[in-house]
Design a protein around this ligand. Structure first.
Ligand code: SIN
Length: 340
């Protein structure tokens, strides 16, 4: 058997699969099912300061190209109730709380509340593509300065490692990752859903209750791979700090796990795959990854992590200018007390 264990931010994971924040994980039962189903790491659904009911349905719609469109509306019980039920481990797996807020001040309050729960890390969701309903404002992680401001607001209120969950809905995800790392994030989660909508031709209206939403599942896998690879190339060429990448975007099998690890991911989320199959997908994908590694002669994940980046990073030089500008704006905005 190959060694599938992963070291991530001081945690030792049994395998690289992750239940990501997103459409699942709102209830303790889902975390338990994912742990039982073999996930190496559990991330809760994003929690907000006050309870949110979520949007009216339909909130989840499968798409013919193989994927799910969602606009759930971040339903969650709010931080007070969340704190009563949170456990740092479920079924022997570490549990990372994900937080979402609409201002740095809310993030500050959430960071303090979550810090008291003793989590192994905190994910900050800067990337729900429809958090503002059907008339979304720009997302925090569409702007390096806003990203740094948000990360600084958290980092000044907790020493727990911060994972910045980024949107793919940007032209240059590297400058956003640069700003997040500069402001003190310890890891990057990439990516959240791609902004999307579909149309019901009978009713002549958008299919989602919220009208617009985000697309996940197999249809976005190559798009997500490209975003993760862009970040990994920038890390390899020294344009941005090295940090673990927790990838997500359409992974559904052991080969998909291998694909994301080949482009530099440390761990890989599987969300839509759980919805489309069941929580057993984590153990199944890990077993498939094990078989793939054995066939290839790999003993550890580190034996092939980032191997595809060798193809992409060779001719590339660090494009100092855009990254420099992103960090400059980040520093200005965050009045950044960067953690490093
Ligand atoms: C939702 O609850 O609407 C999805 C969460 C997300 O995309 O971050």
């Amino acid at each position: 058997m190959a060694d599938l264990t992963v070291e991530l931010l001081g945690m030792k994971l049994a395998n690289p699969t992750v239940l990501p924040s997103g459409i699942l994980g709102e209830r303790q039962g889902m975390l338990e099912a994912a742990a039982k189903g073999g996930a190496g790491l559990l991330v809760t659904k994003s929690v907000t300061l006050r309870p949110r009911e979520g949007y009216r349905g339909p909130v989840l719609v499968p798409t013919p190209a193989g994927g799910i469109m969602n606009a759930m509306g971040l339903p969650n019980p709010g931080i007070e109730e969340f704190s009563r039920t949170y456990a740092a481990r479920v079924g022997g797996r570490p549990v990372i709380p994900s937080i979402h807020a609409s201002s740095p001040d809310e993030l500050r309050q959430l960071a303090m509340a979550v810090d008291r729960l003793g989590p192994p890390a905190i994910e900050v969701n800067l990337s729900c593509p429809h958090a503002g309903g059907s008339r979304p404002d720009a997302l925090v992680s569409q702007d390096p300065a806003e990203t740094a401001r948000a990360i600084s607001a958290i980092c000044t209120n907790t020493d727990v490692p911060i994972i910045a969950k980024l949107t793919p809905n940007v032209s240059d995800i590297v400058e956003i990752a640069a700003a997040a790392l500069y402001a003190g994030a310890s890891a990057i989660a990439a990516v959240n859903t791609f902004a999307a909508m579909d149309v019901d031709v009978n009713f002549e209206r958008p299919v989602l209750g919220n009208l617009i939403g985000g697309l996940s599942g197999p249809a976005i896998r190559p798009l997500a791979l490209r975003k993760v690879a862009d970040i990994a190339v920038a890390m390899r060429t020294g344009c941005i700090d090295q940090a673990p990448i927790i990838a997500s975007g359409g992974a559904a099998s052991g080969e998909d796990l291998a694909r994301f690890i080949l482009v530099g991911a440390t761990a890989v989320g599987m969300g839509s795959a759980v919805y489309e199959r069941d929580a057993g997908v984590f153990a199944a994908a890990s077993a498939e990854l094990d078989a793939w590694m054995q066939a290839k002669g790999y003993r550890r994940l580190g034996d092939f992590r980032g191997k595809v980046i060798d193809w992409l990073a060779t001719e590339k030089e660090c494009a100092d200018e855009p990254i420099g500008k992103a960090v400059e704006r980040a520093a200005e905005a965050g009045k950044a007390a960067p953690r490093r």
